[in-house]
Design a protein around this ligand. Structure first.
Ligand SMILES: CC(C)(COP(=O)(O)OP(=O)(O)OC[C@H]1O[C@@H](n2cnc3c(N)ncnc32)[C@H](O)[C@@H]1OP(=O)(O)O)[C@@H](O)C(=O)NCCC(=O)NCCS
Length: 145
């Protein structure tokens, strides 16, 4: 019998996100100052069996009633276990409670897993920023909450 480890999401200091971010091979090992260049409103980490596994940081980018999910990632060791789903679900509840009516998120064309997530879980494409390499194009998604 396989046992699914419990996923717990917590609001944390930014230092915890800095640590988790370093485990995500697709991202640069950003320092605290990088994250703090925006006025973050939500800083969450998901723990699997007590170990930090993934994070989301977000802020009010557009000032149009939407909450912007700025950066999101999961340590490769903990992927495909529902960690991003747990983080997104926490974010959605938090955003609703705090008066937002939409979640917005940008992702690049080469982030195939995230694109799959966004399409599967009800986000709609509302914009595109083009780059010389088509794989770098940034796609803006939104979902009402
Ligand atoms: C995208 C990412 C955050 C997904 O995290 P995760 O914890 O593995 O995702 P979950 O297990 O919660 O899966 C959620 C959904 O994502 C999609 N998904 C995740 N990994 C996938 C894969 N390898 N292939 C296809 N779909 C995938 C599926 O729709 C899945 O839903 P399902 O299990 O009901 O089919 C993770 O792959 C990651 O950190 N990638 C690198 C960084 C990145 O691209 N971040 C987003 C940029 S904004």
């Amino acid at each position: 019998m396989t046992s699914r480890k419990k996923i717990i999401v917590k609001e944390v200091p930014i230092e915890e996100v800095v640590k988790v971010n370093r485990t995500i091979k697709e991202f640069e090992p950003y320092e605290k100052e990088y994250f703090e260049k925006n006025v973050l409103r939500l800083v969450i980490v998901a723990y699997v069996g007590g170990q930090p596994a993934g994070y989301i940081v977000g802020y009010d980018k557009f000032k149009d009633g939407s909450f912007y999910c700025w950066m999101a990632g999961v340590n490769p060791k903990f992927r495909r276990m529902g960690v991003m789903k747990a983080l997104m679900s926490y974010q959605e509840k938090w955003a609703k409670k705090n008066g937002y009516n939409k979640i917005k998120i940008k992702t690049r064309n080469n982030r195939r897993e995230m694109l799959s997530y966004l399409i599967k879980y009800g986000f709609y494409i509302i914009g595109l920023t083009k780059y010389p390499d088509v794989k770098d194009n940034k796609i803006l998604f939104e979902r009402s909450i």
